[in-house]
Design a protein around this ligand. Structure first.
Ligand SMILES: Cc1ncc(COP(=O)(O)O)c(C=O)c1O
Length: 516
């Protein structure tokens, strides 16, 4: 105890009923002393260490302890619930010690006998966006006072219209009543929402309510689709493309190793999409694959495939007996007559399914709601309907989307909701124009942006990670390096138009200073 008193403002700690010791890393020598002190019988139970086990693994000696009064009022409500532990106790006064010790390499004392999934080991570094976030965090440590603007990850920024949040709040409140409570819902989604999706987005295309599977987002459905096709399926992707297609394919075991020299995985066909081919692959040189992932409007290039191009794609799939997984997560950003759905193309129902999302339509990136359309006409080589197997996957691995987001999504599809939705999309499209005009005025070749919230900027001959680093270092603006989307993205940087207007204007001012 005397030890402890010399190291810590213990008089502050001892006057509290409960102390939360939050250990971010493996903890430090002082954390252990605090723990020993509070484990003494007289005061046992007053210390709640989040990640207590990590206290055993002391590796560093630098200590920084703070008693936070703001967190003490937050925590002093008498209950705490965290991801790591759930407990409830009476507390009159509490405080928080935050150990911000920097961990050295954590030693693992014990290893299981379970082999690592070899497919996981094939994945390169982190998934792109966490890697961008990591570099952003590093930058903020280096420049703690910088006003960092994030136009990288492509997350929405504008509030969800109240009409929609009210519908979710209402649904949440109903769950507290006997009449309004419901448990598991239909795995495929609520009928009303499935019907509204079918009529709103596929009104005259012959897609029915029963063809729609409501989900917790398009990314989750992409992985479920990979599970549906299995590890023997072969696949093609646009290059560059949204990384979830390739990474989920690697995880499923559809690929060989990553080939560093060409920056590609073995056994995936990368369909190059560049300014030279109008961002549409030369299908005459694409070998047959089982699955073709195709995203329009495209992330990251922001380019939209024309009706004629999609007609060629559907014909290509038909000739090869392939299935197109069409990702229309940005369909509502289209202002010209490019197709918003693959099902606008005659014959597509026999060779395509479509996945989409409320994420970028109405700021549901955190709420989570999307859908996948699988027409009855789509079948495997033995004639078995694809939708039936997907239904089995959904029932086995998912259990259906949360009922609260579904209520929000349904209200988003009401006439007022749709008006709000187009309003929000219009706002982001104005942002896109500001970014495009800025880079055009600086003499850059700028692509995308017309029908998508992404601007794809060419930096010929330069590494995209270098450009990303240069922009971050000199302007404190986070972008996304094109190379993270595949080898075809090298030399490009993607700038997202998701941002508050003031941030977009400020970022553009900084771009002008950097590249004038
Ligand atoms: C092309 C594309 N598909 C799917 C998704 C994921 O959408 P969700 O938030 O519904 O998982 C994104 C998100 O950025 C995307 O860009």
């Amino acid at each position: 105890m005397s030890d402890l008193q010399t190291m810590l403002p213990l008089y502050m700690v001892t006057s509290l009923d409960v102390v939360f010791l939050i250990v971010a890393g493996p903890g430090c020598v002082h954390c252990l002393r605090i723990r020993r002190y509070f484990l003494r019988p007289a005061i046992q139970g007053r210390l709640l260490a989040l990640n207590l086990q990590s206290l055993e693994k002391m590796t560093s000696i630098r200590l920084s302890v703070s008693i936070s009064s703001s967190s003490s009022s937050f925590l002093g409500q008498g209950s705490i619930s965290s991801r790591t532990q759930k407990s409830s106790f009476p507390a009159r006064k509490s405080g928080t010690c935050v150990c911000v010790v920097t961990p050295t390499t954590e030693k693992t004392a014990y290893k299981t006998k379970v082999s690592r999934n070899a497919n996981m080991a094939k994945l390169q570094a982190g998934y792109l966006f966490p890697e961008v976030a990591r570099r952003r965090a590093q930058h903020m440590v280096k420049y703690p006072n910088a006003q960092v603007i994030s136009l990288g990850i492509g997350d929405t920024t504008e509030p969800i219209p109240e009409l929609i949040t009210s519908a979710m709040a209402k649904r949440a409140n109903e769950l507290s009543t006997l009449e309004g409570y419901s448990g598991y819902g239909a795995e495929q989604g609520e009928r009303k929402l499935r019907g509204a999706i079918a009529s709103t987005f596929y009104g005259d295309l012959g897609i029915e309510e029963s063809d729609i599977f409501v989900s917790d987002g398009a990314k989750c459905d992409i992985s479920r689709l990979q599970m549906l096709f299995g590890s023997n399926a072969t696949m093609a992707v646009q290059d560059p493309s949204y990384p979830a297609y390739v990474d989920s394919s690697v995880i499923m075991g559809q690929t060989g190793q990553f080939q560093k020299a060409v920056e590609k995985y073995e056994n995936i066909e990368y369909m190059r999409c560049s300014p030279e081919n109008g961002f549409f692959p030369d299908l005459s040189i694409v070998p047959r694959t089982d699955i073709i992932f195709f995203c329009s409007p495209n992330n990251p290039t922001g380019n939209t495939a024309s009706r004629e191009q999609l007609t060629r794609l559907v014909q290509f799939a038909k000739d090869n007996g392939s299935i197109i997984v069409f990702d229309s997560a940005y369909a509502l950003y289209i202002s010209d007559d490019s197709p918003r759905s693959i099902f606008e193309i005659p014959g597509a129902k026999e060779v395509a399914l479509e996945t989409s999302s409320f994420s970028k339509f109405i700021g549901f990136t955190g709420v989570r709601c999307g859908w996948t359309v699988i027409p009855k006409e789509l079948s495997f080589s033995d004639g078995f309907p694809v939708a039936k197997d997907f239904n089995r996957i959904v029932c086995t691995c998912f259990n259906g989307a949360s009922n609260i987001p579904q209520a929000g999504a349904l209200s988003a599809l009401s006439p007022e909701g749709l008006k709000e939705m187009y309003g929000t999309i219009g706002f982001y499209k104005e942002n896109t124009k500001i970014i495009m005009d800025t880079f055009k005025s600086l003499g850059f070749n700028v692509y995308g942006g017309e029908n998508a919230p992404y601007v794809w900027i060419h930096f010929p001959g330069r590494s995209s990670w270098d450009v990303f680093a240069e922009i971050l270092e000199k302007t404190h603006v986070v972008t996304t390096p094109g190379g993270g989307f595949g080898p075809g993205g090298e030399g490009f940087v993607r700038i997202s138009a998701f941002g508050h207007r003031s941030n977009i204007l400020e970022a553009c001012k900084r771009f002008k200073q950097l590249y004038k």
